[in-house]
Design a protein around this ligand. Sequence first.
Ligand code: NAP
Ligand code: GLV
Length: 312
Amino acid sequence: MPIVGFFSENASIELQKEWEKRLQIHCSLIKLVPLLSKEAEQAQSALLWKPPLDRLKELKNLQGLISLGQGVDHILKNNSIPINIPIIRIVDPYMAKSMSHWVVLSVLNFVRDTYGYFDQEKNKLYKSRKELNFLSLKIGIYGVGAIGSVVAKDLYNLGFQVEGWSRTKKEIEGINCHYGKDCIEELIKNCDIHVCLLPLTPLTTNIFNKQTFAKMKSGSCFINAGRGNQVVENDLIENCNSGHISSAILDVYRNEPLPKNHEFWEQKNIRVWPHVAAETNPQTAAKQIANAIKCIEKGELPPNTIDRNLGY
Ligand code: NAP
Ligand code: GLV
């Protein structure tokens, strides 16, 4: 019987039961046990969101770690997982579409000045505001992988010009794709709206900083649903204060939950979302996770095992 250690930060026992029920549809023998319980010592695999990494070291039977999200930085954080333990991530079209909805919402709120109209409504002000011409707006998508490629295509289908950036060469219909370290400049300098959907790795840490913001067009919109550590937060605040970045829509932060005294909360042109842009859906993700658990039991490498050298 596959015993699986389960940990999801701040989650209730009900969530564990929900996952177990969903996983058992695909493999009736799977049993989830709390990662911190004695029973977890028998577990060959673990299903994790922001786990206590020291606990993983104590579980000597673990042969594979499965992320409860598409990102794995929460497991790789301290570099403490032995290289021979595969780390598997979710790749779920539901999540990609859900992220696309959030990015489209954020882009359209910027383009149609939703919050300006909300303010007018509060004052019963019936007046048109300056409208941006969407045909001339360029949107840069940083990271056109499982999620970013879907977001890019959806924005293109809404009539925007879309530029994509990745590590390796990509061809996506309708999208002007760039790749490699130096070509990030094509997006930074030429886009009006910047959308970060990158995984957090040593190469993407602090990638949006004083220098990158300075090269963006004045009045740019910055959207981040990748990871908080990709942004130097004080540099973003300075650029929002000066109006160089006219609007920032954020879903992820260096410290989560975002501390109550963080300046982002006070900034008029920064919108704060609590890391919900694309949440994992047990209903759609269970099948691939059950399959990963079965592969680990059999000593096989599951699909969507990350490349440890790349960190994603
Ligand atoms: P993915 O399929 O691995 O795609 C990552 C993309 O980033 C790829 O196009 C990759 O290029 C590119 N990339 C990585 N490192 C790069 C570098 N150094 N330079 C240029 N491009 C680089 O990942 P995904 O499933 O789309 O997820 C991306 C991230 O979204 C996750 O890691 C997570 O941080 C975030 N996320 C957030 C939420 C939320 O609710 N806020 C939800 C889900 C995911 P190649 O294709 O060439 O490798
Ligand atoms: C969420 O942030 C994820 O990585 O799935």
